[in-house]
Design a protein around this ligand. Sequence first.
Ligand code: AMP
Length: 544
Amino acid sequence: MRGLMMDEPLTLAAILERANRYFPRGEVVSRRPDGTLSRIKYAALAKRVRRLAQALQQAGLKRGDRVATLMWNHAAHVEAYFAAPLSGGVVHPLNLRLHPDEIAYIAGHAGDRFLIVDDVLWPVFERFRDKVRFERVWVVPFGGMPTPPGAEIYETLLAQSSEDYEFPECDENDAAGMFFTSGTTGQPKGVVYSHRSLVLHSMAECMTDSFGLSQNDTALLLAPMFHVNGWGLPYTCPMAGTKLVLSGGGCGPEELLDLMEQEGVTFACGVPTIWLGVLDALRKNPGGWNFRGPVRVLIGGAAPPESLIRGLDRFGLRIMHAWGMTETSPLATAGRLKAHMHDWNDDRKYEVRCKQGYAVPLIRLRLMRPEGEVPWDGATPGELEVRGPWIAASYYNAPEAANRWSPDGWFRTGDVATIDAEGYVKIVDRAKDMIKSGGEWISSVDLENALMAHPAVREAAVIAVPDAKWQERPLAVIVPRDGASVAPAELEKFLGARFAKWQIPDGFVFATEIPRTSVGKFLKSQLREQYRDWHKQPESTKKD
Ligand code: AMP
């Protein structure tokens, strides 16, 4: 017997329509490059989405055509997020921090037909425009700059179309958004989300034990919208009626705290680096900002050190930990304490909060090794594999990467993790960042977290360096806090309290910053290259 329920397609039109009908006064606030704010309500935004969708059709967009964006975080980018898929096309945000050749490669591989670009990012476009072939390019007056000669104006495009435009019917499995992985090895790969996957993903983000977003919230998105689907917020906030605050091209920690205070932010998300800066600013000026209540700070992209979680707690900013990747839309696990853990002592609770959490509904996880599945004992590491309705089933036109999926259809994440009996995942390392010393594995992440708990250490990255006897040994690259200094012997002693002797790095080198990828993760491949011959150097030159 079949169920007798309606087969309503899950499409982004339903999300936009809900925002328009039930939360017309809900706002999207955008911080312009000069620091001023602009505001638009969901009802007005929905009208502009209709205009843009029709304009794209009039420009000749056909089903499945890609509309690229080269934009910061602001309301017009949300318009593109909706209008491209709702006109039958696919929105494809380009990562503007990549090398121009790489952006050109990605736009070419994706087959992007149109481009919407911020006026302030026109110089970025100029660096690769001769290597790409967009049929039309529209410039958004985000920074109030004069329109470059020959460019078409976004607002003129919108003025020529109708706010009553009816979106064409679409299938829930049609492509809606395309994002490329920010891999540090090999060519970036295209991940293609469908309407259905995005709708289900937003429902999961709204759930109380994941982001818990509601129409009572004000959410600040600090992760760039050109990376991993803007962490889903451009769709989840309109679905929930949440006010959405967008910080443009980003700003310093003090300006960020001002924005949070002024707009009454209750939920914010971004990578740990941003929050390290915020914590420094709060420590320098402890009474400087008054939040209306506790702020939920969602951290993903990299693991927040325990010292950061503890530090922000003192200022009413409560970190929630989540894990995901471009291929997982991104939300896959969320780190809430379970009911029976609330009575635990603080140390035990922090230990759980440092883990990446357990799978959100409809997502399944397993840990694999060549010999088979690994038990969930919180100790045995394996490669994390994942499946679910918003997990990529393949990359766009990249048959060479088919081995990222197991023969039985699970996605191999490349993350090495443990899972405990409660189901909490702990990411031990990226597979390629693990350090193998004399046949034993050492987790760089564990060492980094421990080092960042030292009062003189701002940031620490631990990498493997080749070693004649042990094959690889750990080396720590340390960025001290402003004005602080610390001797390697002191750091060795500090780690000695928690780690076996063989796990302690052979050396500690000091740097002013750690190189990062375009989305703020440690660029360990560069560090490995830089310090490849560290063990061969004479002792006297090893210090830095
Ligand atoms: P991307 O596709 O650029 O978002 O990168 C995804 C990768 O970021 C994952 O495979 C992890 O290695 C890393 N990552 C994401 N979230 C976390 C987290 N909470 N803790 C540790 N690593 C994370």
